[in-house]
Design a protein around this ligand. Sequence first.
Ligand code: ATP
Length: 485
Amino acid sequence: MSLEDIVSLAKRRGFIYPSSEIYGGLAGVYDYGPLGVQLKHNIQNLWWSSFVSAWDDMYPIDAAILMNQKVWEASGHVDTFADPLVECSNCHARFREDELKTKDKCPNCGKEHTFGEPVQFNMMFKVELGPTWGSSEADEGNYLTADIQVKDKKGQVVSSFKIKENERHNSLTIYDKNSRTYLRPETAQGMFANFKNILDTVQPDLPFGLAQIGKAFRNEISPRDFLFRLREMEQMEIEYFVHPDEWEEAFEQWRVGMTTFFKKVGLPANMVHELEVPEADRAHYSKRTIDFEFDFPFGTKELAGLAYRTDYDLKNHQEKSGKDLQYRPKDGSAPFLPHVIEPSFGVERLVLAVLCASYSIEPVRLDDPTVTLDDESVTAAGRIVLKLPADIAPVKVAVFPLLKNKPELVKKAREIYKMLKDELGEVMWDDNGNIGKRYRRQDEIGTPYCVTIDFDSLQNNDVTLRDRDTTKQERVKINELISKF
Ligand code: ATP
């Protein structure tokens, strides 16, 4: 299986579409289609039930995407959330230096020795709140040059510089620095910034956690590999606050919890690897990090992270905001800043890993009566099946009347469809084409069961229940059907 197989299935069956595709798309941004939304929600619900509802000491937060710029200064993101950027002096294509195979030759234009020293490119998307002071835009194909002067309050020039001629420079905006903020590059800071609110309103005992699911944005230099490296993504993060002496125990508890969760979403244990991140590669805030890596078709890459962030964030926010963020034990002992363990999951990397792990091509048995060889989803090699765990499959069961032009069959099938839908919610109706094709369509989207209503059903009050993975079919009484799911 290649990444192209996954991209093509995701598009063809309405899981994932390129964003604004009718205008040529937008690099690093994707939209979820109907089945994708359901799959994503099911994964998020499983995360929520595993890590929020199941815990006594977990408090959910839904912080806004826009925050005061001071949050990002205090967190260190303004100064350090950057990747090394190099630009080809010939074609002006830009790359992340550490992702180039060689710096000797530009992969875009092929010219040699065109890269200079890297500059640190901050990956936060900048946002100006309210109206900007002035802007200039060049017409299509033209570009701007400018002589910029920095003046002090008395009007004296304190520095000046020229904007280098470059045909990519076609707009310039001048704004008030105080109106600057950023699209959040992680959900975590929304939890640290609310720490005092939680202490004051919930009055939790340590240890306790804050949990959040939400969008995050990173202006990645080279978005790539479908859902893997995006500019807009969703994260599911927990900040778990502990006494500084207890971080190791909590870290281990979360390591095990994350491993269990990967199993629940159907990732085989041999495809998930723990990488103890060496100090030199750790984020500025972390004293210990484990990256959970997954065997994606394009290589073994980070799926999720577990970091011990110490009291780095609370300490900085306390200092920069001037607010006391210390936890006060109810037994009256001395207040202190808790330390934090952060399990962080990227939703899209999980969705991609789940699709990759569940995608399989099963040999078609020629004696299987449900196979017709003209089915678009039965390739020369076999039938495509998404072996999703039932919990996260976007459709739990599909219901088929054997023939769509027999009102008595359709009526019975509609009754069964309604009964299942009331109970399970995610039930699909399909009366299009022969039964073999309908099975194949459901296999491809990972529906664990199909129910067919035929003429015998009218006599015997039973249906054919067909299993996605084994393709086995059994007759089941209608009043026993629900108990099968
Ligand atoms: P990478 O090293 O791959 O850039 P990271 O170490 O910067 O990732 P974190 O800051 O630890 O990532 O973010 C937590 C999680 O958010 C990651 O484990 C990943 O699942 C997800 N994530 C981070 N960046 C992206 C991205 N650009 N696109 C999709 N998911 C992402």
